[in-house]
Design a protein around this ligand. Structure first.
Ligand code: ZN
Length: 413
């Protein structure tokens, strides 16, 4: 996708504003001699921004406005090293809420709805984003935050929550509890807005069927406002994103070359109007593609396909590059196997070979030993790698309210 005239104008404005500041990117662009953005070719000269830049500029090096204009900060949950701090101005906070309201509207949610918000509040961008969009829409926010399943279910029943907002793994946990306790008839949920991590078709169907609701995928990341820069519609054919706030391009994660619409690669985002911490060509490491053409729903907003993984989640074993989504795809083929799994990469010191361990959940009715053999055989056929597969009962693997880390590499230790 190429920039429109309007988007080009906005990027030009961002650059001219940035180079007047002593912010991390202001200095960087000045040093590189970047002064404006008048064409697609100018834009292509802008270096990529990365999470490493933001860590390096910790705590507030990327701030591009006066201190008096910053009204809030958020921080991303970095798994290693220094966190990332993102400052927001009043306009940034409002813009985010406008986009979030659009997301709810795209999902057919109205001011008559009661939105049960389980993502966490605080430094994380999730909870407060769901809340601000809800209030702007005029719906009733039920600001639960994560945890305390007992209370979640009680409030859900007593307050007749109609919309559940959660991460996919927490939605799975709640749906399993509702099924286990036979509460399905007592809940009033109609829709689920599920965000912040990639999830499999199997998991989606489990939640959908257990709760009898329609699900919408919400997309976003702390560095770029937070969740709410895009959402799927009733057509379930990709995620519409708001191109008046963000410009999205897809690049080859290895060469950095921009790819044509329709081809899969890494999502790179440019914020068009962000004030506190504008980011131009930010590498997200999320993998997807731009879906060409317009959606059957009639929305004018362009679409990203579902997120298939992260470029940094790829792991290499016996010379084969694998993504967790490939492991998921085989789990969907085995009868009785659930959607949760864990992958551990280990080193067998005796044979000096790497070993792929996969733990999967299965229903009690199937033979665990046979299920283990089936999964291993499929992996061997599909990827040429034979894993050691442990099968445990459904519900054994932990479900978290935050992003779940499904791959653990113990080989470096
Ligand atoms: Zn649509």
């Amino acid at each position: 996708m190429l920039l429109t005239e309007k988007q080009l104008e906005l990027v030009d404005r961002q650059i001219k504003r940035l180079i007047k500041t002593d912010s991390f990117y202001g200095k960087k662009y000045r040093e590189l001699g970047i002064t404006e953005c008048k064409s697609q070719a100018d834009f292509d000269q802008i270096p990529f921004a990365s999470k490493d830049d933001l860590r390096f500029a910790y705590p507030l090096g990327i701030q591009a406005v006066d201190d008096k204009d910053v009204v809030r900060i958020h921080s991303s949950s970095g798994t290693t090293g220094r966190p990332v701090i993102i400052p927001y101005t009043q306009k940034d906070v409002e813009d985010w809420a406008i986009m979030f309201q659009r997301c709810y509207e795209m999902a057919g949610i109205t001011q008559h709805d009661r939105i049960h918000i389980t993502p966490g509040y605080g430094l994380w961008t999730a909870g407060i984003g769901f809340q601000a969009g809800c209030e702007r829409l005029g719906a009733m926010a039920i600001p639960m935050g994560p945890g305390n399943t007992e209370k979640q279910l009680q409030m859900m029943i007593d307050l007749k929550s109609t919309v559940l907002t959660a991460t996919s793994s927490y939605a799975l946990l709640l749906s399993e509890e509702i099924t286990r306790r036979g509460l399905k008839d007592r809940i009033c949920l109609k829709k689920g807005v599920i965000g912040s991590e990639r999830w499999s078709e199997k998991m989606r169907n489990t939640i959908k069927n257990a709760l009898g609701i329609s699900l919408y995928d919400i997309y976003g990341l702390t560095e770029i406002y937070g969740p709410g820069i895009g959402i799927s519609c009733d057509e379930e054919d990709g995620i519409h994103y708001f191109d008046d706030y963000v410009f999205i391009e897809i690049i080859d994660p290895v060469t950095g070359q921009r790819l044509p619409d329709g081809e899969s690669g890494e999502i790179v985002i440019t914020t068009l109007v962000k004030e506190g911490a504008p980011l131009l060509r930010f590498r997200t490491h999320d993998l997807s593609r731009i879906i060409p053409g317009t959606c059957a729903c009639g929305s004018p907003y362009p679409r990203l396909d579902v997120i298939t993984g992260r470029s940094d989640d790829m792991f290499k074993i016996h010379g084969v590059n694998l993504f967790p989504s490939q492991i998921e795809s085989i789990l969907g083929m085995v009868d009785g196997v659930g959607s949760e799994y864990r992958i551990i990469l280990a080193r067998d010191s005796e044979t000096r070979r790497d070993v792929l361990h996969i733990t999967v959940e299965a229903e009690g009715r199937v033979d665990f030993a046979e299920t283990s053999r089936k999964v291993a055989k499929l992996a061997k056929t599909k990827f040429g790698v034979t894993p050691r597969v442990a099968v445990v009962p459904i519900g054994s693997l932990s479900r978290s309210e935050k992003k779940t880390k499904r791959v653990e590499d113990q080989r470096e230790m």
